[in-house]
Design a protein around this ligand. Structure first.
Ligand code: AGP
Length: 613
């Protein structure tokens, strides 16, 4: 969703801001803009903004756009269409204040009406513009005071950066529910909504908590609460390789990130497996064996792919630990007034750690006294900080909108958690060791699946022609089918629908004909026979089949005219097989989208992290 960048220091701000905005493109946006404060005492605000891509903005920024303090934004339309007027930064009537904002001001309509009544001419349809006017009209004698006063009148969520011509040495930023990271350089400071925009310049960062403001000047930063009492936020050094934010020789980040999976899976497991006792080490949970044993139920919460992998995870927990476990879309959770029980372990799963629906679900649980642990990739993100404990995913930066390597590591995180919950209960040491050894084999086997890319590309090219597809699986295979369909529709824009294989004959079979392929997840397990029987029903109706399966699975005598392709993935332990099948489906989606000529990393209408409700 919307992205923010800001710079104050000794360099010209505009080139840095435009470069930073380019690195935020994966967040999803439809317009972009920058503002800088010109040099000298009579500092003047200069603004350039435009609907379209960052490169359109670059063409529009005048050569003389000097200023060593500036802010920039990529906008994802919420209030009003994507056009030049609605693009950020927004300025006040006098042209002194510039504001960029992520989030939603819930009482914007009332504030707009109040401003209009007071004679203020509003130039955009946005909620953000009210902030520029409120700050401009404030009589507080510091910029921090003006911003705090304006925010005091606002209800909603924000990540915010503000420039004011009368305070040319600073940017004031504020956060409430939308991500914002301060980057600390050498006599220069940065701010961004995503690390991707910072890492080229610094990996020393500080985070704000909700309801906090900060002033950034070339020499440092200070942090406050909304009542302007000071609060200490210390800087941390992140261990991040800036090259992780370059696609390198790959045509897309998605391709790069899929291929990184053996290595990132290895990183996830490193130091966490205990061969001797057939269990896992998860210090970040902050729970001892007694507390783990006291858990009666597990509820997993996530959105989109994180929800589907959460469903895989809940299955693993129920199977290995024999604790009732289920997954729910975090976006629905808090609206049904959920019962939060003290002996339930809530697991929030999120790559970005900033997904607003998941964050709000976590806050709701904590408000009701529940215990939440996070499976999160981005260190120090809002969800990670909000949870009581957690398991970091160590996938490294994931830039592509379509989640691949983080998702795989989420599965591994669930496997580690399930193993530990199982081993403090009735999972035998032999089974524990069996799974530890299965986990150790997984990174290499993921590599074997990835090595099938040429064959999968050929198959995907043929599948890409279908307007509509089914993805089916049963029990462990069903969330694999859901995630497979999700990935397929996200980047190929084909209608891909997931069903339990067992449900086919209760309705969807009516849609099967030779134009609707079925991608079926058929592992070698206790349900193979039933799954194969369903394939025969599809083939009898001339439905083309793509079967993701294991080498030993026999598909029987399918009708001679049936179109059947198989993708054989290596076998691991039955509990861990789902992730290998998921990786095969990632490649299938990627190559279908490629064959269709789509921009893989910027799927239409989607953003990497969804930070507004
Ligand atoms: C994944 O391919 C999707 N882009 C999307 O469903 C994503 O998983 C979801 O928005 C949750 O994001 P998160 O993991 O950052 O919370």
């Amino acid at each position: 969703m919307c992205g923010i960048v800001g710079y104050v220091g000794g360099q010209q701000a505009a080139p840095l801001l435009l470069e930073g905005l380019g690195r935020l493109e994966h967040r999803g946006y439809d317009s972009a803009g920058v503002a800088v404060l010109g040099p000298g005492k009579e500092s003047r605000l200069r603004v350039a903004k435009k609907a379209g891509r960052v490169r359109d903005l670059v063409d529009q920024v005048p050569k003389r756009f000097a200023g060593k303090v500036g802010i920039g934004h990529t906008r994802w339309a919420t209030h009003g269409p994507a056009n030049d007027a609605n693009a950020h930064p927004h300025v006040d009537t006098k042209g002194d204040v510039a504001v960029v904002h992520n989030g939603i001001i819930d009482n914007a309509a009332a504030l707009r009406a109040g401003l209009a009544e007071a004679g203020v001419e509003l130039l955009s349809d946005t909620d953000t513009e009210v902030l520029a006017h409120l700050i401009g009209l404030s009589e507080a004698d510091t910029l921090e005071g003006k911003v705090a006063e304006a925010l005091g009148r606002v209800e909603g969520t924000y990540g915010l950066a503000v420039l004011h011509a009368a305070y040319p040495d600073r940017i004031v930023v504020a956060r409430n529910g939308s991500p914002l990271i301060i980057g600390i350089g050498d006599h220069e400071m940065f701010v961004a909504s995503d690390l991707a925009a910072l890492v080229r310049y610094t990996t020393r960062v500080a985070h704000l908590d909700d309801g906090e403001l900060a002033t950034l000047t070339a020499d440092g930063f200070s942090t406050y609460r909304l009542d302007l009492t000071s609060v200490t936020r210390s800087a941390i050094d992140l261990e991040i390789d800036a090259d992780a934010y370059d696609a390198g020789e790959h045509d897309s980040f998605m391709h790069k990130e899929m291929l990184e999976q053996p290595e990132s899976a290895e990183r996830m497991l490193r130091g966490r497996l205990d061969e001797r006792f057939g269990t896992s080490h998860l210090g970040g949970l902050h729970m001892d064996a007694r507390e783990l044993r006291a858990i009666r139920r597990v509820k997993v919460l996530g959105c989109g792919s994180a929800y589907y992998v959460g469903q895989m995870g809940a299955g693993l927990i129920e199977e290995l630990a024999r604790i009732p476990a289920d997954a729910e879309a975090a976006s629905e959770f808090r609206y049904r007034n959920p019962i939060v029980e003290p002996d339930t372990l809530y697991v929030a799963v999120s790559q970005s750690g900033e997904t607003i629906d998941t964050l709000l679900a976590v806050q709701e649980i904590r408000r009701k006294g529940g215990k939440v642990v996070g499976l999160v990739n981005v260190v120090g993100s809002a969800i990670a900080r909000e949870c009581d404990g957690g398991i970091y995913l160590h996938a490294g930066p994931e830039v592509a909108v379509a989640s691949t390597k983080a998702l795989t590591n989420m599965f591994l995180g669930f496997a580690l958690l399930a193993l530990q919950l199982g081993r403090v209960r009735d999972l035998s040491i032999a089974d524990g060791r069996r799974l530890v050894s299965g986990l150790q084999r997984l990174p290499e086997q993921i590599g074997e699946v990835l090595a099938q890319e040429p064959a999968l590309a050929e198959l995907a090219g043929r599948l890409a022609g279908a307007e509509s597809l089914f993805f089916v699986g049963r029990v462990r295979g069903y969330p694999v089918a859901r995630e497979g369909a999700q990935k397929f529709k996200e980047i190929s824009y084909r209608h891909a629908e997931a069903y339990q294989t067992s449900e086919l004959k209760h309705g969807p079979l009516a849609l099967i004909d030779d134009s609707v392929p079925t991608v079926a997840v058929v592992p070698e397990d206790e349900l193979t026979e039933r799954n194969v029987a369903a394939l025969h029903e599809v083939a009898a109706r001339r439905g083309p089949l793509v079967v993701v399966t294991h080498p030993a699975v026999e598909l029987g005598d399918l009708p001679s005219q049936a179109s059947v392709d198989r993708i054989d993935v290596p076998r691991n332990e039955r509990e861990l097989d789902p992730i290998l099948m998921t990786v095969a489906l990632q490649l299938l989606s990627y190559h279908a989208a490629l064959a269709l000529g789509h921009d893989i990393d910027k799927p239409r209408n989607l953003a990497k992290s969804v930070t507004v409700e």
